[in-house]
Design a protein around this ligand. Structure first.
Ligand SMILES: [Cu+2]
Length: 256
């Protein structure tokens, strides 16, 4: 392979990689941050990979028939260059990663009073058990209905969403890959997630911590709808809950 062809092949593979790394439309602020960081790191890693591979292949082709290899000579300038270059790259990776990890949309460290502080914010409590999820809206006093694949959390687009994740028994994991959400569900401890869904749709959720026999069946989903649809859904749920309560009262009265 001549140098021209090699350069062309390198460029082509770089283009293909960039194509695959092209971010899909951001579904939430959390997924946004994580996706952007991924791309930034890829742009650093790509040229380094190409440079190393080119030097390696060049060295193999150029010196493969060399019968009298000479020992490497010390080159202080080269050593200083690669030490400084590595330090700069690591510093960039560290600063960029810290910026994302310190963002509340990735790591929420706020206290109780910072949970859903604004009007329109939604707070959902996700309680895991062996083997399923109980999803409740403590402020509205409703429980998320069951869908075909576990409970369905309905939330409005463009509003801050807070999720308190906890467990009844063993350690589980709350994971919605497309929304960039992941949090361990620990018994007797509530840990919070914060995000803003930016795209309507249905997002599949999983248990991400192996927790026993039916671990693989611990599905749930998050349904992101527009505000009007959410308000309507909320009204329906509230009406249903009070109907259920009335039914229960009637049954209790009838048996009394
Ligand atoms: Cu589980």
């Amino acid at each position: 392979m001549n140098a021209k062809r090699f350069a062309l092949a390198s460029l082509l593979s770089a283009a293909v990689m960039a194509l695959f790394a092209d971010p899909v439309a951001a579904q939430s602020t959390s997924a946004d941050l994580i996706g952007e960081l991924n791309i930034k790191l890829l742009y650093i890693a790509l040229p380094i990979t190409l440079l190393v591979e080119i030097i390696l292949i060049y060295a193999v082709l150029r010196f493969k028939d060399n019968d009298e290899p000479k020992p490497t000579r010390e080159n202080r300038r080269l050593e200083i260059t690669w030490t400084v270059a590595t330090a700069i790259i690591l510093l960039f990776v560290g600063v960029a990663s810290y910026g994302v990890m310190a963002d509340p949309a990735v790591t929420f460290t706020g206290g109780e009073d910072e949970i859903a502080p604004n009007e329109g914010d939604v707070y959902v409590q996700a309680e895991a058990y062996q083997w399923g999820w109980t999803m409740t809206y403590p402020e509205e006093d409703i429980t998320a209905p069951q869908g075909d694949n576990g409970p369905v959390i309905t939330v409005p687009e463009g509003q801050d969403l807070y999720i308190g994740v906890t467990s009844e028994d063993v350690i589980h994991g709350f994971h919605v890959p497309e929304l960039g959400l992941k949090m361990d569900a620990m018994p007797s401890q509530v840990q919070y997630l914060q995000t803003t869904p930016e795209e309507t749709g249905t997002y599949q959720g999983y248990c991400s911590e192996y927790c026993g026999l039916a671990h693989s069946q611990m599905y749930f989903s998050i349904e992101v709808v527009d505000q009007a649809e959410y308000d309507q859904w909320l009204d329906e749920q509230t009406a249903e809950e009070s109907e259920d309560a009335a039914d229960m009262n009637e049954t209790a009265n009838a048996t009394a």
